[in-house]
Design a protein around this ligand. Structure first.
Ligand SMILES: [Zn+2]
Length: 434
């Protein structure tokens, strides 16, 4: 009994499963593509009627499963013995166990003699008993057939539903599918936020960014060398669609400041706006447009060369002011460092410098930003109290080496401080009568 083949796996895509299930035969030929270095076999054709072999559909996104051109003949059979798959299950739990070729031949008389080679078989038992299923037996089973013995091997079967839909009983996929957001800024934080929004199951994302993806962007970005030179919005769209084919992604090559009049009507069409754009002006524009449109927004950046991350949630209610109200409040408290070269000094017009932060810190901020956006939608629009956040304003310690004034005086990496934001100033142009 050899045990060196115990890690062989046979892949059956949905289409291969359907072709075997629907065949009137009790067995036939399978052709498998073999990827020896991976100990992997992929069923690429099924004999569905006598001498009719039909190619199996392998979706293009499963690119590894379409590798190589070494093919391997194999068999599929419907066993007459009802306990075969129970035995398969029992044996696969005990590595190294198997059946003699003669013993297997008695259980599955149609098995071909592998000679001195290696035979592969998939058995299909459509009539498994409830007891057999409870024991863990499956409709399909795989076998490595050699003269020296027959071993059970594992099948990798494509499920009916793959992707985010698999979480339907665990997470409000259906609610989130109906929602849409604008993401302003498709840089390092924005790219990570977009991936996280897709992973949470948001239905539609509008990407807004005027810039191209260049070499110096690559080290911190979810995009890689394949995207160099492209518009960030288009490259990010392709990246997202590859992983989340059902996500709706719109792209706008707009500058949120210069093209604010074009962004304004877009805000009306979404449920929330995220801003991960560099600089103070885009954040002010997003704060203003979303407030006037009565939509919540979430703004994220890193301060002081990546020492601290900041995520602000702005909700258009009488309880909470806008970005300018918030900044004025900090300034009134005397908390902002007045030094002109300090990134914390928003009010001086200095831009913050995400390019000095390390990539996972930026992705961490992007992911938290998406979490805050999704939690806001679920709580405010669906009353999901499990998604209530501790506050409106999160400060995160990334590399808090220096001594800052409150509220920026985080001491530890990984520390998260949640704060509120003040009510609107009576004179605020943005908050106005909102
Ligand atoms: Zn305001």
């Amino acid at each position: 009994m050899t045990t060196s083949h115990a890690d062989f796996h046979i892949v059956l895509t949905k289409d291969a499963v359907a072709k075997i299930r629907n065949s009137d035969l009790n067995g036939g030929v399978l052709v498998m593509k073999s990827i020896p270095s991976e100990e992997l076999f992929v069923v690429i054709s099924v004999e569905t009627s006598r001498d009719v072999r039909v190619p199996v559909d392998i979706p293009t996104e499963y690119s590894k499963l379409r590798w190589g051109d070494i093919t391997h003949p194999a068999q599929w059979m419907r066993p007459s013995r009802p306990d075969l798959h129970v035995r398969h299950r029992a044996m696969i739990r005990r590595p190294g166990t198997g059946i003699s070729f003669e013993g297997f031949h008695e259980l599955v008389p149609g098995v071909s003699d592998p000679g001195n080679g290696l035979g592969l078989m998939v058995t299909h038992d459509p009539g498994l008993s409830v007891e057999a299923r409870e024991f863990g037996a499956s409709e399909f089973a795989g076998w490595l057939v050699q003269r020296t013995g027959v071993e059970p091997i594992s099948l990798v079967i494509e499920p009916e539903v793959v992707g985010i839909g698999q979480l339907a009983s665990l997470w409000p996929i259906e609610q989130l599918k109906a929602h849409s957001v604008i993401l302003v800024g498709c840089g390092s934080i924005g790219g990570a936020a977009a991936e996280a929004l897709a992973g949470y199951g948001i239905g539609r994302i509008e990407l807004i960014d005027p810039d191209r993806f260049l070499w110096h962007n690559m080290v911190r970005h979810v995009l890689g060398a394949e995207s160099v030179g492209r518009r960030k919005v288009d490259a990010l769209k392709d990246h997202l669609k590859e992983r989340w084919p059902n996500l709706h992604v719109e792209t706008r090559r707009l500058d949120v400041v210069a093209d604010a009049h074009l962004v304004r009507p877009l805000v009306d069409g979404v449920d929330l706006v995220l801003c991960a754009a560099d600089g103070i002006a885009p954040r002010r524009v997003v704060s203003h447009l979303s407030r006037r449109a009565g939509k919540p927004s979430v703004l994220a950046c890193v301060l002081d060369d990546g020492a601290i991350g900041e995520v602000i949630r702005l909700r258009p209610t009488p309880r909470f002011g806008c970005l300018l109200c918030h900044r004025q409040h900090l300034s009134d408290q005397g908390t902002l460092d007045p030094e002109a070269d300090q990134e914390l000094a928003y009010g001086t017009g200095q831009v913050h410098k995400p390019m000095t932060a390390v990539p996972p810190d930026l992705h961490y901020i992007g992911t938290l930003m998406a979490k805050i956006a999704i939690a806001t939608l679920l709580e405010s629009l669906h009353g999901d109290h499990t998604q209530r956040l501790p506050g409106e304003y999160a400060l995160l310690g990334l590399r808090p080496a220096r001594l800052y004034q409150a509220p920026f005086d985080l001491q530890k990496a990984g520390e998260i401080r949640w704060l509120s934001i003040p009510a609107p100033r009576p004179t605020c142009f943005t908050c106005g009568s909102a």
